[in-house]
Design a protein around this ligand. Structure first.
Ligand code: SF4
Length: 458
């Protein structure tokens, strides 16, 4: 099993990796299928199912699908060009995608939110259709957005296709935390060193080094933008952006000896909230492992760099590699999708990854790192996903702050032990998977239960 650090951390756009990035990626894949097809196409249609339908408007799934069909991809998304393209499509009822004839597409008719018929493979299903001049369907594909921006066709999902096996062999192919620790003992390498060797086998050290630097740059830029931007978030809930005000207050208090020791929690929160406010505003973020949970890991890393004595930027890559190793285990053995397993799979996974990264760069042994990840995930077990109005704002923004605080506490507790503990990380991940299966659909990114139905006037 191999999931690259660049699969876990992808530069993309808000507000959701599964509901915004995934559908855009699926549409881009469908365009490629059309380009390589012998048929002549005249129009396209799309239908959104399950959670993609229920929370699609709040998560901008409709916009993402249309823009994907027009050739946009998350990595190079240009917000200004996107608005102009959407206006043109609405006016002309046509899509112009590179390498294809102009395609008939009326967003009010050809994009359907199907609330009645969920698709069988996954809660986030979508069907894309291409038609000929007579309106007959000549190409059809079902895609599933399985979390974190990952997308599979119906056939790939049914075959359990693991594309991570494609490519050169990797030296440390651990599929569980137990295997990871065994390989660490037998090789004498820590988790980041094993992960680095795996990445090098697939993409080369130079690519890895440049890529991880860029990831942190995008994460940190996102924190900075969030801490300097005011206003009301889009979507109609009238949620006020708070990160700037909190950051300004924290800066004003610096050196004045006014604050209680727990003020450090506000720093962790403000970094995370800054990211998630940017995400909610549709800005550029890095999945970590998803958009909804994108603030936890950058906040924990920024906390390390700014507040931990002796911290060094030289350790950023080790932090990201260790976190990606843990995220890969969670995704492979359970889920990182809120629509599949609730928020325990998103913010819980993010906290486990961040705790592992922090523990590692603070000198933790592989056993302590595994312990840190387990503590962080264990104390998110059972957490539901119930975003108000289908927007990735409430409870998501604050929840990322609390996720970062738990991650730091988990790393600290693990560092105070010797790595021995009762609940193995593998057992915790399996518990998360089973709890996700048992969880009512109301609490899996459908906004049909929980906070989403108990807030007045929403
Ligand atoms: S509640 Fe959690 S899983 Fe659901 S959208 Fe918000 S961050 Fe994502």
């Amino acid at each position: 099993m191999f999931l690259s650090v660049f699969d876990m951390f992808k530069v993309g756009i808000g507000p959701s990796s599964s509901h915004t990035m995934g559908p855009m990626v699926a549409a881009a894949r469908f365009l490629d299928m059309m380009r390589s097809s012998p048929f002549e196409f005249h129009g396209v249609r799309a239908s959104l199912h399950g959670s993609l339908a229920f929370t699609g408007v709040g998560h901008a799934t409709d916009r993402a699908t249309i823009l994907g069909l027009a050739g946009f991809v998350p990595e190079t998304y240009d917000a200004d060009r996107a608005e102009a393209t959407l206006d043109e499509i609405r006016a002309t009822k046509q899509i112009a995608a590179e390498g294809l004839p102009r395609l008939q597409f009326d967003p009010t008719v050809d994009l359907i939110f199907d609330y009645e018929t969920p698709l069988s493979g996954h809660a986030n299903g979508m069907t894309l259709l291409a038609t000929d001049a007579q309106g007959d369907v000549t190409l059809r594909e079902v895609f599933y957005s399985i979390g974190g921006g990952f997308v599979m066709t119906e056939a790939e999902l049914a075959a359990g296709q693991d594309t991570s096996e494609d490519g050169p062999p990797i030296p440390y192919p651990f599929k569980s935390a137990a295997q990871m620790l065994e390989m660490s003992v037998s090789s004498g390498k820590n988790i980041a060193e094993m992960k680095r060797a795996n990445e090098a086998a697939r993409c080369g050290i130079e690519h890895l080094s440049k890529g991880t630097k860029r990831l942190w740059q995008v994460m940190n830029n996102c924190i900075e933008r969030g801490m300097t931007t005011e206003g009301i978030l889009p979507g109609g809930l009238q949620v006020k952006r708070r990160a700037k005000g909190i950051h300004d207050a924290l800066m004003a208090e610096r050196g004045m000896n006014l604050h209680a020791p727990h003020t450090i929690n506000d720093w962790m929160s403000v970094y995370a909230m800054a990211v998630n406010e940017e995400n909610a505003a549709g800005g550029q973020v890095v999945t970590a492992p998803t958009n909804g949970a994108a603030g936890v890991l950058p906040a924990t890393l920024r906390y390390y760099l700014d507040h931990v004595p002796g911290a060094s930027e030289a350790h950023i890559e080790d932090f990201l590699l260790t976190a990606a190793a843990i995220g890969g285990l969670v995704k492979y053995n359970a889920s990182i999708s809120g629509a599949e397993a609730g928020c325990q799979a998103e913010v819980g996974s993010a906290a486990a990854m961040a705790a592992a990264g922090l523990c590692a760069v603070m000198g933790g042994t592989p056993a302590q790192v595994e312990n840190a990840a387990e503590i962080a995930l264990e104390h998110h077990l059972g957490m539901t996903c119930d975003p108000v109005k289908g927007l990735v704002q409430v409870p998501c923004i604050e929840r990322n702050g609390l996720g970062a605080i738990k991650a730091v506490s988990a790393a600290s507790l693990a560092l105070r032990g010797d790595g021995t503990h009762l609940v193995p990380l593998d057992a915790c991940i399996e518990t998360m998977r089973q709890t996700g299966l048992d969880m009512s659909e109301k609490y899996k990114e459908t906004s049909l239960g929980g906070l989403a139905v108990n807030i007045p006037n929403c």
